[in-house]
Design a protein around this ligand. Structure first.
Ligand code: SF4
Length: 267
């Protein structure tokens, strides 16, 4: 059960200090995809909601038009703390409205999603000057996916989405994120997507506050054999595991001429 409310905002566009970006647009507050590891769940503390993360969504409204002059040649990401194509977008179409405003902009637009609903807006993407769609994948195993990313599109649907975007001439990125220790097999994901991805991005699983507890509980219940590895990384803050993965990614991508960005090193 998800509580749905509307919220008025001054502007859809927000300046960001996130590396490599200038602006972010988050059409919603909250995300019903309800991933166990969701770093964005800290947003709960900025909202008035008492519900758990994943059990509320605020639909953003503003009468202010996006200032496309301001974002000329700027990097804009949609989204960073929600999925812009979450289940409620089908009804409320906030993202669609934003895309219609961005269609003629000169911004460099990156869309990040785990949802096949992104296909609905292919007509707009085809008219955009600079757009790329990043589909996040952490595992190819549907059973594991269902347990850690409750309401997002299945792995099969995400692969089909990438294929259709590619067939329509839209730049595709497979965002292997988060890399979940001992669960994410980045080489298998590359192997399954090499014909439908223009680029790969990698980022590691970061765990803090309440979602750290949820994720460690999940590992303890489903993969107790990995408890000591998770303790080493997330309690003892040992960076060796991800440093090694990061080197492995670099070596693999360079050896195989893969275009990539690697954000996975360090604690
Ligand atoms: S899709 Fe992204 S924002 Fe939504 S719950 Fe999952 S990790 Fe969080």
């Amino acid at each position: 059960m998800v509580t749905v409310e509307t919220t008025r905002v001054k502007d859809y566009l927000n300046k960001t200090k996130l590396r490599t970006l200038d602006y972010v647009i988050n059409p919603y507050v909250g995300c019903p995809h309800k991933c166990l590891y969701c770093y964005a769940s800290y947003m709960s503390s900025f909202s008035k909601h008492k519900e758990e993360w994943g059990e509320f969504i605020d639909v953003k409204h503003t009468s202010k038009k996006i200032n496309t002059f301001k974002i000329k040649d700027k990097k804009v990401m949609i989204s960073t703390v929600t999925d812009p194509y979450n289940l409620y977008e089908n009804k409320y179409k906030v993202t669609r409205n934003i895309m219609e405003q961005l269609v003629k902009s000169d911004a460099y637009i990156t869309i990040v999603t785990k949802s096949k609903l992104v296909l609905r807006d292919i007509d707009l993407f085809k008219k955009m000057k600079h757009v790329e769609i990043a589909i996040s994948i952490s595992t190819l195993d549907e059973n594991t996916k269902r347990k850690i990313e409750l309401n997002s599109s299945s792995v099969k649907e995400r692969l089909e989405t990438l294929k259709l975007l590619k067939q329509n001439g839209i730049k595709t990125i497979v965002f292997i994120s988060p890399i979940i220790p001992q669960i994410t097999d980045f080489k298998r994901i590359i192997d399954a997507t090499k014909d439908i991805a223009d680029e790969y991005w990698f980022d590691k699983l970061n765990l803090r506050s309440s979602f750290k507890t949820k994720m460690l509980r999940f590992i303890n219940e489903e993969y107790p054999i990995y408890n000591s590895i998770y303790k080493d990384i997330y309690t003892d803050k040992n960076s060796i595991y991800f440093d090694n993965i990061s080197k492995e990614i670099d070596n693999y991508c360079l050896k195989n001429n893969i275009t990539y960005k690697n954000f996975s090193a360090g604690t």
